[in-house]
Design a protein. Structure first.
Length: 254
């Protein structure tokens, strides 16, 4: 058996294991939680609202609520009364997406949650892993492993230079053509609770980020959500929910 065949088989097994884990988690938890809420009922069902087995929620026109349960999401749109804990079957693609998102080591060659056609034209392109730094996103960032910290850009075309300043030092990262990631600059010490600024590569204004440590790496999407919420790592939280919602859409459309 060739190396590519072995690798693909292992990836398939990993994805299958992730799907199985998410399914079991959903059964054990029997509880869903609001992870995104917009529209007239957003104040009625704010982010973080949890529903026990058998509970329902009533929405009106213009509402859109995304629920998470057992590593899967379900999007409810428009007026109606919905079972908050209806069963959602995880697909292999959903398992693969979540495995990639929460992995400590991101894939070496990636494309983010990119637009895939006219229906998603203009959509925000987000990083494909929770633990890589998108220099466009400010705020608090949860660091899984300082030694593995990478800067990510949304395209692999051309050459990008990102300037980094903080902790009394400055440096730059150059991402070459046909690549999307490079390591954090070695001459800029990474410290927690310190403001760092990113500039260059088309940014109209400097972006400020502050790092906070992850003591124990979460092993499931639900645990990741809880950790990111608790530490206030909003950009990574949005990244996780977007990836899950996209996987949900792809599962539904085949």
């Amino acid at each position: 058996m060739s190396f590519p065949e072995i690798r693909m088989r292992r990836l398939g097994l990993t994805a299958a294991a992730a799907v199985a884990a998410m399914t079991l988690t959903g059964v054990a938890a029997a509880q869903s939680m609001v992870v995104r809420s917009t529209g007239p009922s957003a104040t009625k069902y704010p982010i973080g609202t949890k529903f026990k087995a058998g509970e329902r929620l009533t929405l009106v026109d213009g509402d859109k609520v995304v629920l998470m349960q057992g590593g899967k999401t379900r999007t409810l749109s428009g007026g109606g009364t919905y079972n908050a804990n209806a069963t959602v079957v995880a697909s292999q693609s959903m398992g693969e997406t979540m495995t990639r998102m929460i992995a400590k080591r991101p894939p070496t060659q990636t494309r983010g949650g990119a637009s895939r056609g006219p229906a998603t034209e203009g959509a925000i392109v987000r990083a494909p892993n929770l633990w890589v730094v998108d220099y466009r996103e400010g705020g608090t960032f949860c660091v899984a492993d300082p030694a593995l910290l990478l800067l990510w850009r949304p395209t692999d075309k051309g050459v990008s230079t990102i300037n980094v300043a903080g902790a009394g030092a400055s440096g730059s990262v150059q991402i070459p053509d046909d690549s999307q990631m490079r390591r954090w600059p070695a001459n800029v010490p990474l410290q927690y609770g310190v403001d760092y600024s990113f500039s260059g590569d088309g940014l109209t204004a400097p972006v400020t980020v502050r790092f906070t440590p992850v003591e124990t790496l979460p092993q499931t999407p639900d645990a990741s959500y809880e950790l990111l919420t608790g530490k206030g790592c909003t950009s990574q939280l949005e990244r996780l929910v977007d990836a899950m919602s996209q996987a949900e859409t792809e599962s539904a459309t085949g």
